[in-house]
Design a protein around this ligand. Structure first.
Ligand code: DGJ
Length: 732
């Protein structure tokens, strides 16, 4: 039996979820309205008497059943607000009933506490491996007029500063109704002057940290693109204005979902901030028939009183240990050579052999054959959907390539883009209806390709069968799963008119089904997510694939921001990073091989360039990089990561990897543009043992842990733009 992490006090009608670091408190108010009290640092003893003050406020109405003019749902902090019943703030649930009314008002009915954490059907989610590591509170709410119940699920882990939440709705009536919105979570935070940190971006410029004051009105962070997107990652954090990387309160919210998402903040007239998160209500309308159930994706809420690094550390461990799964969850990830930036579509078996001959002696462990091996794909205008081998490209075919790779004692990886269809393909000629499209309208092309209608099981099956044919015939160790456009004309030929608002979400369910079937059937394959780089870098994909291609931008300097931003919410073991050629193909910038290596090593490391064009001196540098990475790979992929200096704030970036025992740390420092007569700067390390003595393995100088964290080290002034410095410190 787990320690009691969740309690309900009958006398005060309050719930308290508590572990060693956090508390989450709610209470049942008059009229069975479920109110939010607190989420933050652990409260040892809660009286149960913290009630929202009563006051008659103009234009904020009262409960229909009460004459009390001082009690209003429009001001009360709540856990799940309805629509059209006097709370004018953003609702968590909107249902259109048979009558056409869009009125929802769910009130508390009962609760249940269970050990462990139930799974969410068909959706990725955080999990437990032992029932004692978490408890789950399920609160039942009812809208008696609709005859529907909602279950709000709250899981608290015993040893993590995490609350996982999601929502389930049951239609108990005899009539269908339309769910127009169902949030995974609502929380009304009474704090004032909060700042929100988000991760907006673009293709080749993902997850750029932005921080702003939450002002009155509605602020929204969302994707309407059918995927979690490059443009707005499904993550936000709410921090105090004085919260830094190391100090202060912050609450993180991360949606475990890869489709359209919506993070809404509303600062109300009393300066409370409502947070509502879930599937985007845009183009969403789910018809729930009598006795049917709908489950939302999950939100992972993290509280840290140790600043942003504290929050990121909790996310990194949670995602690594209780969201990622499979054989590679904790395994050292192989060093890759990918042919994309080396050859693009122009390769044959000789070129591939050349890459293998060059790569193997350098110590590279895996070769990945990227786009262009299938159908008749010689450029990006054809063949998506035709997952059979290109007849004229690789003499001897994939099997021969796999043998050549394995002969070199390397692993073999292959690229797929399972969700897409080109008009110029056999699949399209046979099944033009397989593409998402609206009858009698043109289809919006993007990269000259279209999205398969994964809301239809037979289409998912078709792709599954094509892929298994290849995977059963060829010895493949890794798959890169790409997705190179966003959705438009979201409509399915197979569904009734009233179900068209379900298609975006049904697509994601179909996608997860395919990912689930393939990853289960091929447990030895390492899957890597990708969507034109990091266009679907989310915890939903991570549940199936423990790593993702962080960005199509391989420029080392641009990568500093991308990787720094990504590390806010994701573990380093999930971020792949390659050394590519200069001038860089995306930015035209030239950086040294050292800088490129030092940035890519701060992720899951690899190369993506023509090794044949390297000079001997460069090759020996590559050998050194690979040797270094192999030696410290465990620490670099699974160690504790701490951000020290932000590339968003200055010319300098610094971060650090530390072993759990704190007996070894690697400090990476990077400088952007060089300056003449530059000031001397120092870097203070973090997360060391103040009592320990650490030796710089290169110079032999011994420093106190407290010295490194307080006085720090002078940064070396280097000539030239885009320089880097790596320092290894070992406890004596
Ligand atoms: C986008 C990916 O991010 C690239 O790495 C590469 O695989 C191309 N697609 C291939 O089309």
């Amino acid at each position: 039996m787990a320690n009691q992490l969740i309690t309900f006090d009958e006398a005060t009608q309050s719930f308290h979820l508590k572990n060693n670091s956090i508390s989450y408190v709610m209470s049942v108010e008059e009229g069975n309205v479920l109110s939010h009290i607190y989420f933050g640092k652990k409260i040892n003893h809660y009286s149960g008497f913290f009630k929202y003050p009563r006051l008659d406020r103009g234009f904020s109405g009262n409960l229909p059943t009460s004459l009390d003019r001082t009690y209003s749902k429009d001001t009360l902090p709540q856990e799940f607000s309805g629509n059209n019943t006097g709370d004018y703030r953003v609702p968590a649930v909107i249902i259109k009933s048979e009558s056409g009314a869009r009125t929802t008002d769910f009130r508390y009915v009962s609760y249940e506490i269970i050990n462990g954490k139930p799974s969410i059907k068909g959706l990725p989610h955080s999990y437990v491996i032992d029932e004692n590591e978490a408890q789950t509170l399920i609160i039942k709410m009812e809208d008696a007029t609709l005859n529907a119940t909602i279950e709000l699920s709250y899981t608290i882990y015993a040893n993590r500063s995490v609350i996982a939440r999601h929502t389930t709705i049951n239609n108990n009536s005899t009539a269908a109704f339309d769910i127009e919105k169902l949030a995974s979570l609502q929380v009304d935070l009474p704090k004032q002057n909060m700042e929100v940190i988000s991760l907006p971006g673009a293709h080749v410029r993902e997850r750029q940290i932005e921080r702003q004051l939450v002002k009155h009105g509605v602020t929204q962070f969302e994707s309407r693109r059918g995927s979690s997107s490059h443009f707005m990652n499904p993550f936000i954090a709410l921090a105090n204005p004085n919260t830094t990387e190391f100090q202060g309160d912050v609450i993180g919210f991360q949606l475990v979902y890869s489709g359209n998402h919506q993070f809404t903040l509303e600062r109300d007239y009393q300066d409370q901030t409502r947070v509502v998160i879930g599937i985007n209500e845009y183009n969403f309308d789910w018809q729930l028939k009598p006795q049917e159930v709908f489950e939302t994706p999950e939100v992972l809420m993290v509280y840290s009183d140790k600043g942003l690094n504290g929050m990121s550390d909790t996310y990194a461990k949670l995602l690594r240990e209780r969201v990622a799964r499979g054989r590679y969850q904790y395994a050292e990830r192989p060093i890759v050579i990918n042919n994309w930036e080396a050859t693009y579509f122009e390769f044959d078996e000789k070129k591939i052999q050349g890459i293998l001959d060059q790569a193997a002696p350098l110590g590279v462990e895996m070769f990945v054959l990227d786009d262009g091996w299938f159908g008749h794909r010689d450029d990006d205008n054809s063949s998506l959907g035709d997952w059979f081998e290109h007849a004229n490209k690789l003499k001897g075919g994939l099997r021969d390539i796999a043998n050549r790779v394995h002969d070199k004692k390397m692993k073999f990886g292959l690229w797929f883009e399972p969700e897409m269809i080109s008009e110029e393909s056999q699949l399209y000629r046979e099944h033009p209806d397989y593409a998402l499209q609206v009858p009698n309208r043109g289809k919006t092309p993007s990269r000259n390709q279209y999205v398969l209608d994964f809301s239809r099981q037979e289409i998912v099956n078709n792709i599954f069968n094509q892929m298994t044919k290849i995977l059963d015939a060829v010895d493949i160790d890794y798959i890169k799963w790409d997705m190179n456009r966003n959705m438009s004309e979201v409509y399915s030929m197979a569904y009734a008119a009233e179900q068209q608002g379900e298609i975006s979400h049904r697509y994601i369910l179909g996608l997860y089904d395919l990912m689930n079937r393939l990853t289960t059937r091929y447990p030895k394959i390492l899957f890597e997510g990708c969507s034109g780089g990091g266009g679907r870098f989310d915890a939903g994909v991570l549940y199936y694939m423990p790593q993702s291609w962080t960005s199509d931008n391989t420029d080392a300097f641009a990568r500093l921001k991308i990787q720094y931003g990504t590390s806010l919410a994701f573990p380093i073991s999930s971020m792949t990073a390659h050394v590519s050629a200069v001038p860089n193909h995306q930015t035209g910038r030239s950086t040294s091989l050292k800088m490129r290596g030092d940035v890519a090593m701060s992720g899951v490391f690899g190369y993506e360039l023509n090794l044949g064009e390297m000079e001997d001196g460069e090759k020996s540098e590559v050998v050194n990089q690979i040797t270094f990475y192999k030696k410290y790979r465990q620490l670099l992929q699974y160690g504790d990561f701490t951000r020290l200096k932000s590339p968003f704030e200055s010319n300098y970036t610094a971060w650090q990897f530390t072993s759990p025992e704190k007996d070894i740390a690697i400090l990476f420092r990077y400088t952007g543009l060089a300056e003449a007569q530059a000031e001397f700067t120092t870097t203070q390390m973090a997360n060391l043992n103040p009592e320990m003595i650490y030796e710089n393995v290169t110079t032999g100088v011994a420093y106190g842990g407290d010295e490194l964290m307080n006085i720090g080290l002078y940064d070396t002034l280097q000539k030239g733009d885009f320089t880097s410095e790596v320092t290894i410190l070992k406890a004596k």
